[in-house]
Design a protein around this ligand. Structure first.
Ligand SMILES: Nc1ncnc2c1ncn2[C@@H]1O[C@H](COP(=O)(O)OP(=O)(O)O)[C@@H](O)[C@H]1O
Ligand SMILES: O=C(OP(=O)(O)O)[C@H](O)COP(=O)(O)O
Length: 420
């Protein structure tokens, strides 16, 4: 394991979730379809963070040690139902073999003859990674045929992809209807840790929502308004809110189709007494490349030919002082394009502030998301948060109090305690 922080307190008996785990599994010689989240962060074709693979290894090792034939299935990025070569899971399979210290086979499809042949060749204790489920349109459509085809490869289903459990897809939901369905160790650990950390959060509670998945996360921002006192919006998400209010954002990444939703969220927040903080200044550039020439400007003065690629120092100072008065903070999504320096400065500075407040014992900090984890590691504060989840969108949806489809589909999960 990578030394990631985990909640180490003993779990009180009444808080233990009563779901079926791999404790109950007799799986020697059985084919186990393990839904993992191999959607690791990548830059220029290289994997930049192995946390999701590290956190998956306890389940794979335990299943392999029990003599199961482990068939790992996952999506990778968003190829939208077609075979995009750069979104192949083959290199991720190799990285997984490195992390496991154990050979991993690979099949170039997740259903059909190629997958079936690879599964038939598997021996007890061996591990196979199947190609990206999202190469098939049936995955995201939760097509019953796709679910049946996946189920036909295995005897048992184990879901360890908490970070994809908010998706009702064939490999996260549909397949569980056809096989005995258990939670893996990572799923179990995430649910336990998040319940312990956030079931009764000390107030004031704040959330930072940043990053680039604007349309898929905007709706859930609306839904967490009632659960937080302060909502900090950063990254490309903030660009959309700023543009929706008529602020010039130049060529920044944003989603014009979401302006109405952004405005409605601002109105709802006002009505519910939730304070919303947006950037007050920005680091801009006309080119998006490492060490590009930058201009730091007040948010009302973004040049029309430029992109907002990070929040500026005044924003960092403002957010730092506001976060200093919080008792609980949840964080998903970086404040800027942190993979490309110097646009990592805002995220780094904020991450260090959150880490020092956490270390001082005044703040409970829970952060998550594929890229957020990578950003925290980049800032050198991975071990300094109260808890780091592998999940971003799923963790925010779970925080809303929703039962996630990928969890609901598992057997005997009724006892999970949700934060209120
Ligand atoms: N202003 C911005 N312009 C372009 N990309 C941005 C900006 N701010 C953040 N990003 C990008 O957002 C991505 C992370 O977003 P997201 O996938 O939503 O986070 P997570 O994986 O943690 O849930 C990063 O790749 C980062 O470069
Ligand atoms: O990376 C993921 O989520 P995250 O960006 O919220 O951390 C998951 O793999 C889900 O991916 P999706 O948002 O394309 O369904």
């Amino acid at each position: 394991m990578s030394g990631d922080p985990a909640v180490t307190q003993a779990v009180p008996e009444e808080k233990k979730a009563a779901f079926r785990t791999i404790d109950q599994l007799e799986c020697r010689g059985k084919r186990v379809l393990l839904r993992a989240d191999l959607n690791v962060p990548v830059k220029d074709g290289r994997i930049t963070d192995l946390t999701r693979l590290d956190r998956l290894t306890p389940t794979i090792r335990e299943l392999a040690d029990k003599g199961a034939r482990v068939i790992v299935v996952s999506h990778f990025d968003r190829p939208k139902g077609v075979r995009v070569p750069s979104m192949s899971l083959a290199p991720v399979g190799e990285a997984l073999a490195g992390v496991l210290g154990h050979p991993v086979h690979f099949a170039a499809d997740c259903i059909g003859p190629e997958a079936e042949a690879a599964v038939s060749a598997l021996k007890d204790g061996e591990v196979l990674v199947l190609e990206n489920t999202r190469y098939h349109p049936g995955e995201e459509a939760n097509d019953p045929e796709m679910a049946r085809a996946l189920a036909s490869l295995a005897d048992i289903y184990v879901n360890d992809a908490f970070s994809a459990a908010h998706r009702a897809h064939a490999s996260t939901e549909g397949v569980a209807r056809h096989l005995p369905a258990h939670a893996g160790r990572l799923m179990q650990a995430e649910l336990t840790a998040l319940t312990l950390a956030l079931e009764h959060p000390e107030r004031p509670v704040g959330a930072i929502v940043g990053g680039a998945k604007v349309s898929t996360k905007l709706d859930l921002i609306g839904n967490i308004l009632g659960r937080v006192d302060v909502l900090i919006i950063g990254g490309a998400m903030a660009n959309t809110f700023l543009a929706a209010q008529g602020v010039e954002v130049g060529r920044s990444l944003q989603e014009p189709g979401m302006h109405d939703t952004a405005r409605s969220i601002l109105e709802q927040a006002k009505a519910r007494g939730c304070e919303i903080l947006l950037p007050v200044d920005a680091v801009t550039a006309t080119e998006f490349k490492a060490n590009a020439a930058t201009r730091t400007v007040p948010i009302a003065e973004v040049p029309v030919d430029s992109m907002i690629l990070d929040c500026g120092p005044e924003t960092v100072a403002l957010l730092g002082s506001r976060i200093g008065s919080l008792r609980t903070l949840v964080w998903n999504g970086p404040m800027g394009a942190f993979e490309t320096p110097p646009f990592d400065a805002g995220t780094n500075a904020l991450a260090r502030m959150v880490a020092s407040l956490t270390e001082a014992g005044t703040l409970r900090s829970v952060a998550g998301g594929g890229d957020t984890v990578s950003a925290l590691r980049h800032a050198g504060v991975m071990g300094k948060m109260s808890y780091v989840s592998t999940a971003g969108g799923a963790f925010l949806e779970w925080l809303e109090g929703k039962m996630l489809p990928g969890i609901q589909a598992l057997d005997a999960l009724a006892g999970i305690v949700l934060p209120r």
